[in-house]
Design a protein around this ligand. Sequence first.
Ligand code: FAD
Length: 456
Amino acid sequence: MTAVMWFRRDLRIEDNPALLTASQTGPVVPLVILDPGLLGARARPRDAAFLTAVAALDAALGGRLVVRSGDPAVVVPEICAEVRAAAVHVSVETTPYGARRDRRVASLLSDRGIAWRATGSPYAVGPGLVRTRGGTPFAVFTPFARAWREHGAPGPAPAPARLDVVDGLGNDPLPAPGPLPGSTPVTEDAARQAWAHFLGDDLASYARLRDRPDQGGTSRLSTALKLGTIHPRTLLHDLAENGLTGSPGGERFITELAWREFYADVLWHNPRSAWHDLRPALAAMPYADPTNDSLAAERFSAWQQGRTGFPFVDAGMRQLLTEGWMHNRVRMVAASFLVKDLHIWWPHGARHFLDHLTDGDVASNSHGWQWVAGTGTDAAPYFRIFNPVAQGLKFDPEGAYVRRYVPELAHLPGASAHEPGTAANGYAGGYPPPIVDHAAERADALARYAAARRPA
Ligand code: FAD
């Protein structure tokens, strides 16, 4: 019986349980849908990354990947009728949009007597599976991470022994991906190479250097994990195989993967938290609104363009625009600056990040933002406010990261690149002065916080 394998966030051949299961039932029609509900009208870096990975998957399948454009609720039943498929295989999707879409498609298929077979997910442990002893979801990271480790992940799926791919089906044209910013690994081959390099080279110093954007010692696998060109199960397995699980770098890396799994779990249980405060405690916070307040709009735009006059923030925002990626430490500082120095509600910033990141992922992005904003899982209380200059001095002590992305500060040596206001020629390169006074905005943020918390 012919089966359709519908690839979504699992654009790989290796360690792909859904593909393996489909291959064991007979001939397979590998399908990718260009869904206008997911691919933006604008040429977003995330779309470029997706299309690049799809083109590589097509090449790996000998040019036999079927690519169709349109609403999956139309396309999937259509292709099933065309090839007389008995089943559609997928890996489980747990984002609000993906889960809703899948329920709709599965029900349409069921009306036609076609089976819906979901095997595996983009996570080592599927969202919803890790629970407290009482059976409730975890609200806090550390106990989740402990239970997630105890739960354990299955080993990698073997490659299909035989993949009988159906030939000669019609295709909608695959749009040219458009240039991909930066050098983030995207395709299955590139992701595996980057991972091998990271294991052999950077993992040893990862625990020490992962917070240093000037050093570039992180794996840069977030885009590949987002697209599923590599699976976290593979990463956990390789760490164990190489005896690295208990090493400082290995432990730290596993913890970071656990954050990704935690946020997916939180989103699965709270779909509204994609674009709304997870906890209502700050619902009354008086934010500045860039959609109807011209000063807030002006400041929001300066932040988006990397022209706030705070070098560490601006370097990050420009890295985002030029590379479609930003180092985690700088994501935290740039996000904190928007929420606590400019007093703008986090979804405005989260939307900008999603539009520009190649790894843009609603679970990690929105909950990363909420962690900073103090509205999410409880690790970062609102009153912890990053000082953007002190953060720069601490995590980019030689100023190298700032000079790399902010050419107007390239003439300032060492750490002085973080404080152009203290150098006689600090603004000679045309760099803007600070748009706000951090100490004053910090006090303002705390006053807004107190007002939001005061019982009415
Ligand atoms: P590494 O340090 O090599 O970590 C390995 C992997 O662990 C990453 O690829 C990622 O999958 C996961 N990971 C690491 N840190 C986190 C974290 N804090 N939360 C969740 N997963 C993590 N990550 C995304 O993948 N997509 C996003 O859209 C995204 N938006 C973010 C927005 C904000 C405001 C913040 C503070 C963080 C965001 N992150 C996001 C998390 C983190 O910044 C990136 O995953 C990380 O910078 C990717 O670089 P890397 O692959 O080199 O990470």
